[in-house]
Design a protein around this ligand. Structure first.
Ligand SMILES: Cc1cc2nc3c(=O)[nH]c(=O)nc-3n(C[C@H](O)[C@H](O)[C@H](O)COP(=O)(O)OP(=O)(O)OC[C@H]3O[C@@H](n4cnc5c(N)ncnc54)[C@H](O)[C@@H]3O)c2cc1C
Length: 398
């Protein structure tokens, strides 16, 4: 699987984007469902680790694509990028879905009687063609094609009858793009929990067709009955973020949720120095930790050059490091890109009152991209999708 690597830098992301842009129209539309294997680039962009950590932003990816193709031709690609935005917005309004996933996963880890079945599935030793290959591919490369993720999750849940939370956890521990929203909500969608009653059933014919005949697994479940669960509380509104004072001298804090500070704070804050916190504790797997570690060092160099100020790496996102940096820079305000539901958001929520006691305000600043799209993620993807052209138009992208 030598063909599949993800150099952890913005340059690598930009290069990949530039190569992909000419194919983002009809070629993507007609070829995106085929997974030709890890050694074949196929029609998809493989940009997800970069987009997940915002080494490149959704806005710049879509801007470049729409500079080359019209929305009609590149509509499918634009829509796929916006699935990420949609899932993030949807979870933002229902954080209890994430919390319940974590709780159930921990309970299942302790209580599930067939621990050996999980080990066999994760090691690719079930004897199911394709499934075993994807398990190994995921561990070796940190990436799986979207269709392979769907087949894998479906077989995990409906053929092997393993708990979906442990499958989602396996993905989180190995994907370079591991993400609270996209992962949890996609697994829920396959299981029939996300769109109540609607499941995704992987079939041998579909797998054979879209793997170019590489796999025709036998013995797959023929039916997929939707899982059920206790109802959740009603969706909340989007969190109000405390406003920062753009004129006040500030430190910029960069986390692995948004590693392109150059595009989020230009002119919007008086940045005196930068801290890049590549906190591995806030990621789930070693592959993603290595990816983020290298990307963080590169981000610090980029961000420092952009702001013409000192940019330092810290290993932990902790209050003492931030207070020391604020004192050293003589500032009382720290600004940081808004962290969506997940471990970074939890860490920031814990830090805010501690910093406040020292007289340091921590302000999360949401990108226009999220502020413009998330309010439309209240319900299903269909009504969200209807809004896409208008929001792109208002944002000057078409
Ligand atoms: C069970 C399951 C688990 C998943 N877990 C994750 C995860 O943890 N992290 C993650 O980033 N994606 C996840 N996805 C979504 C999707 O599979 C990946 O984002 C996609 O495979 C990325 O490959 P690509 O960049 O080549 O995609 P392309 O087809 O080139 O798409 C371009 C971009 O659009 C976005 N995108 C495309 N498809 C989806 C989708 N279905 N949902 C959300 N965004 C999408 C991604 O940012 C992607 O980089 C999951 C999907 C499933 C079915």
């Amino acid at each position: 699987m030598v063909g599949l690597t993800f150099p952890p830098s913005r340059d690598a992301a930009l290069k990949r984007l530039a190569q992909f842009v000419p194919d983002a129209g009809r070629r993507y539309d007609s070829g995106r469902n085929t997974d030709a294997g890890p050694d074949h680039p196929g029609a998809v962009s493989r940009l997800s680790p970069y987009l997940r950590h915002r080494l490149i932003t959704e806005r710049e990816v879509i801007a470049q694509v729409l500079a080359r193709h019209d929305l009609d031709a590149a509509g499918k690609f634009v829509q796929e990028v916006l699935w990420r935005t949609y899932w993030k917005g949807w979870l933002e309004m229902r954080p209890s879905v994430w919390l319940r996933f974590l709780e159930e996963r921990d309970q299942q880890r302790d209580a599930f009687p067939a621990g050996r079945a999980i080990v066999k599935a994760e090691n690719g030793q079930t004897g199911i063609e394709g499934f075993d290959d994807w398990a190994r591919e995921l561990v070796e490369t940190g990436y799986l094609h979207n269709h392979a993720r769907m087949w894998f999750a479906s077989i995990w849940i409906f053929t092997l009858r393993l708990p979906w939370t442990l499958g989602a956890d396996f993905f989180l521990r190995h994907l370079l793009d591991a993400d609270a929203a996209s992962n949890t909500l996609s697994w829920r969608w396959v299981a029939g929990l996300q769109t109540a009653g609607k499941t995704y059933l992987a079939t041998a014919d579909n797998i054979a067709r879209y793997t170019n005949g590489r796999f025709t697994p036998k013995g797959l479940a023929r039916e997929a009955f939707a899982l059920t669960e206790a109802p959740f509380e009603a969706a909340r509104g989007l969190m109000e973020t405390p406003r920062h004072d753009p004129a006040r001298p500030s430190i910029l804090l960069v986390t692995h949720d948004d590693m392109h500070p150059e595009s989020s704070f230009d002119g919007a804050a008086d940045i005196r120095s930068i801290i890049v916190a590549a906190d591995g504790e806030l990621l789930w797997g070693d592959g993603a930790r290595r990816f983020v570690d290298v990307a963080a060092a590169e981000t610090a160099v980029r961000a420092g050059a952009h702001c013409i100020c000192a940019a330092n790496l810290v290993e932990r996102l902790d209050a003492q490091a931030l207070i020391a940096a604020a004192n050293a820079a003589g500032v009382k305000q720290i600004v940081t890109p808004y962290a969506p539901v997940g471990p970074v958001a939890d860490a920031l929520a814990g830090l805010t009152p501690v910093l406040a006691r020292e007289g340091v305000a921590l302000a999360q600043v949401r990108r226009d991209w999220d502020s413009d799209f998330w309010p439309h993620a209240k319900k299903g993807f269909f009504p969200f999708k209807e809004r896409i052209p208008a929001v792109l138009r208002d944002g000057g992208l078409i």
